[in-house]
Design a binder for this molecule. Structure first.
Ligand code: PMP
Length: 295
């Protein structure tokens, strides 16, 4: 069965300060964000009714907007409260929560300093981002044809809608070629991240992950680094070149939607879904639910 379209569901969406019926949460076709990508968004998960790292996400949303030159007319704590209200209205305990802020319709053309800034928040049920099978077997990643742009060519620290254009292109191409997702290199040719998640590698019990200097320093990435360090696992953040991929034994992705998902292969290079990856998958699953990690 095909899931119902995202604009045709029951429920409510928080929009500019009030909860509106889901099907009425629409914008006009002449909206600056749609033409010029002046939109920033977040994605966070609720576990057992609590939104994990909520304030960090709200802070990043506000900062993402600032990087695009607009300011959201709601404070971080207002946004936190609005996310909680949206979740409560949904009646869901485990859900994905999607806030988005954008420039409205008051002005068209590249410049739109007087366009009104809108904020909406929706939430819905979203199981394993890559499906359950990937958690056991590991993902098959293609190599993306697109590279993460240099920080002097785009506001790469912003979770800006416009930066996802190359992600969608890369992910569609990967799917057409029979892969689950794609590894993106950066403008220098260094390993960067997947199309919607950060990447880690394991070599001889040590974690290696690229320095996030032209892509998001994911909240999940930071959480997993802290969890690994608590276990006494060394974490090395450094430039990683594709030539090194064959020397890694394990690989996994991290993201609020993706959580910790193992990678089985990238192009011709294979990885095992090993004990360290499984440990961090468990640690993360417990941590987001407020449970202490098992020893
Ligand atoms: N990179 C990209 C391109 C993403 O879309 C995401 C998901 N927001 C991440 C990394 C991971 O970020 P986080 O762990 O904060 O969700």
């Amino acid at each position: 069965m095909v899931a119902s379209s995202f604009d045709d569901r029951d429920g409510t969406i928080w929009m500019d300060g009030r909860l509106v019926p889901w099907r009425q949460a629409s914008v006009h076709v002449l909206t600056h964000a749609m033409h010029y990508a002046s939109a920033v968004f977040e994605g966070q998960r609720a576990y057992g009714g609590e939104i994990f790292a909520l304030t960090k996400h709200s802070e990043r949303l506000v900062r993402s907007a600032e990087l695009l030159g607009f300011s959201i007319p709601w404070s971080v704590s207002d946004i936190d409260a609005a996310c909680r209200a949206t979740l409560a209205a949904s009646g869901l305990a485990d859900a994905y929560v999607r806030p988005i802020a954008w420039r409205g319709s008051e002005q068209m053309g590249v410049a739109a300093p007087n366009a009104r800034i809108h904020l909406a928040i929706a939430c819905w049920e979203w199981g394993a981002y890559f499906g359950e099978a990937a958690l056991a077997k590991g993902l098959r990643l293609d190599l993306a044809p697109w590279r993460r742009p240099a920080p002097y060519t785009a506001p790469t620290e912003s979770k800006a809608a416009g930066l996802y254009m190359i992600c969608t292109l890369s992910k569609h191409r990967a799917a057409d070629r029979g892969f689950d997702d794609a590894l993106m290199l950066d403008w220098r040719g260094q390993v960067a991240e997947a199309t919607g998640a950060n990447i880690f590698f394991v070599k001889d019990g040590v974690l290696h992950t690229p320095v996030p200097d032209c892509f998001l320093n994911g909240i999940t990435r930071q959480t997993v680094i802290a969890l690994a360090k608590e276990r006494g696992i060394d974490v090395i953040e450094r430039a990683i070149w594709p030539e090194e991929l064959e020397s890694f034994q394990q690989c996994f992705l991290t993201g609020s939607a993706a959580e910790v998902t193992p990678v089985g292969s990238i192009g011709p290079w294979s990885f095992e879904v090993g004990a360290l990856t499984r440990q961090l998958m468990r640690d993360y699953a417990q941590h987001v639910r407020g449970q202490r990690p098992n020893s």
